[in-house]
Write a protein that binds this ligand. Sequence first.
Ligand code: BES
Ligand code: MG
Ligand code: ZN
Length: 466
Amino acid sequence: MKLKRIASIKLKSALLILSTENTSAKEVENTFDSSINEWLKSKDDFLFLKLNTGMIFFIKEGLTNEKYRVLGHKIRTLIERTEKNVFVHGNNSETIFSLVEGFCLSSYQFLKYKKEKKNLQYSLDTIHLSDVLTEEKVTFLNHTLNAVYWTRDMVNEPVSYLNATNFSNEIVSLFSKIKDTKVNVLEKSKIEALKMGGLLSVNKGSQDPPTFTIIEYKPKKVKNKKPIVLVGKGVTYDTGGLSLKPTAGSMDSMKCDMAGAAMMVGAIYLCAKLLLPVHLICLIPATDNRPGENAYTPGDIIHIMDGTSVEVLNTDAEGRLILADALAYSKKYTPDLVINAATLTGAAVMAIGTKAACMMSNAENKTNQMLVEAGNKVHERVVELPFWDEYLEDMKSSIADFKNIGGKYAGMISAGKFLEHFAPKPFVHIDIAGPSFLESEENYKGKGGTGFGVRIITEFIHNYLA
Ligand code: BES
Ligand code: MG
Ligand code: ZN
């Protein structure tokens, strides 16, 4: 789908117009005068009129940005499958942006595994946007969509294709032509040499080797002296390992367990495409978690790369083990800030569901507030949870430094505290187990991988530098 700017038409009323033909303002406001006036007095946010030659939607001004995104989705579902063009006009650039953002995010399709791709593909080819929206904004939207689409593609890919090696290859090819970026994929022998015992232990039951991917984005001019490090959980499939998950309902969607990784890769890609003046590092430990012959077992004691010993009491608490290595590794950068994203716990989903992510942080209030605000702005919301040291007590082992599971309550926080132990400060952890993957369609976010997190991280980094 292409985004193209066209000359704006001046509208008399505070309205947004989305049509399948480029009608003039006069035509619009004269022809439908009576029905428009009636509708303007009603509670409905939009009015849909079918014309001989196409369709036109009138949308009220003054709604929230999220309302426009959802309306964009709704209108996308109402447009006939044969339409190739839509035209969007309005007087307010932010409003147009949100409507089109929702429309385009809603247009995402994952057709790779469909035989009849051509027939299933949405017909829409070009969105013609009023030049009220600047060139810069259109470019921003284009890059955002590409980043979110890539992240969603990765999350939707099953492990039958997306094992750790193929995931790393996908990352390498994503960055192959991106200015000022470098990707380095560490293979198993290097991971062994680094003594990443968390990643290696989780990988023991797998037929496929693990990878550890390092992405660096460093343009000539940067505003931060020390890099921001983004870490993402890259469990390409989580069976639970020997502590096997029950199949129905809990294992079915576990190809999504690399959504944290896909989100952080999408975010650093977007920052690079937007040429943000920021030094970023992204670290992706990746493996599947399986009960293979040599699988790590409950009772095992393993060592994270910094020497910390961990008693494994449940092999399904694997994410924190591979992330512990990545966070310990991140210390070598003496980062300005580390942000970790992971589909880490069912507890996070139980607590707040799919509508937001759980954030835990030892960073300054200002940083946390900026994250919450960035999330509200792009509607990838995060809720800050307590992060008191008492929660770490749940993770202490009688025979090792830690165990990998906590108590009965607040599992997302004890997991976060475990991660914090390995991370340099300041550290932010975002548990995205709820919003990153949807079992049933939720407006423009669709079904399956949502791409959650790409936009909040990019928005945050943009503001953090200002
Ligand atoms: N990948 C899961 C968490 C998850 C649950 C992600 C639901 C997405 C949706 C994680 O590895 C896991 O299995 N966590 C366990 C930890 C427990 C054994 C301490 C959990 O939350 O049940
Ligand atoms: Mg697990
Ligand atoms: Zn997992």
